[in-house]
Every structure is written in C-alpha cells, then in structure tokens.
Design a binder for this molecule. Structure first.
Ligand code: F6P
Length: 344
C-alpha cells in the first residue's frame, strides 16, 4: 500500500509549489500523529478541554487548541511556508516570506468535543504566496477559495485519517498504528447522491432565515410534507466529522447565518474552515454555498471572518440555493421581505 510521503513525493516531482505542499503536508501528518496519540490519552494526558483564553473573535480557547497551534507552528518552521494563518493567532505568523506557499489552519476543529471522546480534527488550506509579499500587509493574504492549491483535514476518531485534495479529486489516507504511517485507503472519493440526511444545529431554529427554516421544516415533515420522503438527522458538533460522513454517505450540512448576535455571518471561518471543506466537497462532486452563492468565490475581507456554509449532495444544496434565490427575487420587488432583511 502507498504511504503518504511516497505518494506526495511522486506527485510533486520537480514543481516548487508542489514540493512545498508535499513537505508541509508531511509535516502536518507528523503533527497529527502526535495529536492523535495525545487525544487518545484523554484525561490521562491532563486537562485538554480547560478554557484558557479567547481567540481573535471571542471564541473560548482550550488548552488543546493552543497546544495544537504551537505544534503546527513548530513544524511549519521546518518547511517552505511563508505565512501561517491560524484560528488561534490574531495576527498572521510570518515564517519565511520568500517561501512559495501560505497555510491557513484550524489546528483543532470541534473543540467543544475534546473531552467527550467524539471525533475532532485539524483543517488546512494551502494558498500561493503573492509576489513581493511584505510582512504585515494582511490584505495580500486575502485570497478567494478558488486560489487554494490543496486543502483538507485530519480526523482524530476511531481511525486517524487524512482527507485532502491536491486539486484533482479527494484522497483518504488512514494512519496504520502498526507501522506509524499514513496509508492510502481511497482515491477519487465521490459523495453518494440520494441520501436523505441533514445536519444542522436545530436549537437555533427560531433564529434562522426563512429559506433555511423552510428547507428543514420540509425535511421534518418527511413523507407527509411536500417532498414526500422521510429524512434522517445528525449533528456531531465537529465540522470534520460531519464533512467526513457526508463524503462517505451523502446528505447535507448547514451552518447558516442567523439572527443571534455574532452569527449574522454564520459561525464557521471562511479562510480555514469553509474554504478547505468546500474545496474537498466540490472535488468529490458536491456543492458548497453560503446558502445561495458559491463559498469559494467569496472575497475574504479579514483572515478570521465567518461565513455561512451549506454543503453536500448537489440536489439538496441546490434546493437550499433555490429557496434563497426565490426569496431574493421577492426581495427585489418588495425589499422588506428579502432573506437579508426579514428573519422569521
Ligand atoms: O469550529 C467550529 C465548530 O466547532 C465546528 O466544528 C462545528 O461544526 C460547530 O463549531 C458547532 O457549532 P455549535 O456548537 O454552534 O453547534
């Protein structure tokens, strides 16, 4: 079976950007193996879920968030990376500005699940370093998701896996505990179509906009509603686990914007959560939108900005898109009734 380092080295050949990505991904794999061991220890390794501060946007930072961030930065210092954009650092971390790639990471996704023995992960996205980039010029780092060179995530769950795209399909490598190496388990992963399963935090129902509420209400009505089919529901609370499930089994994930203070642009971060997951989903034949528009075409205005995220099976995501588009048509005629103006 092919191991990750061999696969990446063969893929990179003499190309400078590809070689940098291969080295950075090999480094990330090293970090993920250490993290996986640490997470498997749970409470035996100390108070990993202890809240020890706030990040740039007021989210609680747990001990393991910081530890994972520090481990990634230490590893990235050894590989050709110009800048690290991390959920856990307010400012970009400049390493070697002459290096060809930028990495954006959520070092530990799903941190509300750290002490619950549920899958958590690390999300990553690689972007090209802009020409003549100057340290401190943050605007130079703000690239659309369509510029991503490679992206993916690791999942620390029953298996430790690395799921990524190098821009040509989705690959899954699973950590083989015997050899301590990531081995290729699947290539060309495609989201199965037709699965009637949705994932959303339904406790926010009363805050949703009408296109999302209508879509979910129709799922709940099942056979007795306009869609005439029953739906199943899942909500793990770890984006990596939901994305993995959808890649394997199909269905739809929604973290929409809603009326709560601080959630008008959803919860997930555009640059290091929504974009890498969208890249993977599209490469697996699915769709990823903010509700109506393609996530990867959104111009970031801030490295930590949030974005609504709806992804998965084309048919389901497209239905949500249509509901948004329809309400926007109504809004164009009567602005007070648009999805951006009226919350249910
Ligand atoms: O990174 C944010 C995150 O932990 C995601 O992994 C997950 O999808 C989401 O938050 C869960 O949010 P909530 O607690 O609002 O359901």
């Amino acid at each position: 079976m092919t191991d990750l380092t061999t696969y990446l080295t063969d893929w990179a050949g003499p190309d400078q950007h590809k070689q940098a990505i291969a080295k950075a991904m090999t480094g990330l794999a090293e970090v993920s193996i250490k993290l996986s061991k640490l997470i498997a220890q749970g409470a035996l390794a100390g108070k990993m879920a202890e809240v020890i501060g706030d990040n740039a946007d007021g989210d609680a930072q747990k001990a393991l968030d910081i530890q994972a961030h520090d481990m990634c930065i230490e590893e990235f210092r050894k590989v050709p990376i110009s800048v690290v954009i991390s959920e856990e650092a307010e400012e970009p971390v400049y390493l070697d500005t002459t290096a060809p790639i930028i990495v954006a990471i959520d070092p530990l996704d799903g941190s509300s699940n750290i002490d619950t023995n549920v899958s958590i992960g690390t999300i990553f996205s690689f972007l090209p370093t802009p020409d003549n980039m100057k340290e401190g010029d943050v605007s130079a780092l703000l690239q659309k998701g369509t510029e991503q060179l490679a992206a993916g995530f690791t999942v620390y769950g029953p298996q430790t896996s690395m799921v990524f795209t190098l821009g040509d399909g989705v690959l899954v490598f699973i950590l083989d505990e015997e050899t301590g190496k990531y081995l290729l388990a699947e290539e060309g992963m495609k989201i199965p179509s037709g699965k009637r399963e949705y994932a959303i935090n339904a406790s926010n129902h009363r805050h949703w906009e009408s296109p999302v509420a209508t879509f979910i209400e129709e799922c709940i009505e099942g056979k007795d509603g306009p869609r005439g089919e029953d739906y199943n529901m899942r909500w793990v609370g770890s984006l990596v686990a939901e994305a993995y499930r959808i890649l394997v089994r199909g269905g739809i994930f929604l973290y929409p914007r809603d009326a709560r203070a601080g959630y008008q642009q959803g919860r997930l971060r555009l640059v290091y959560e929504a974009n890498p997951v969208s890249f993977l989903i599209e490469q697996a034949g699915g769709m990823a939108t903010e509700g109506e528009f393609r996530v990867m075409e959104k111009q970031p205005e801030d490295i930590h900005q949030r974005a609504p995220l709806v992804f998965g099976d084309n048919k389901l995501v497209d239905r949500v898109r249509r509901y948004h588009a329809e309400i926007d048509k109504v809004a164009a005629r009567a602005p007070l009734f648009g999805s951006r103006n009226v919350l249910r």
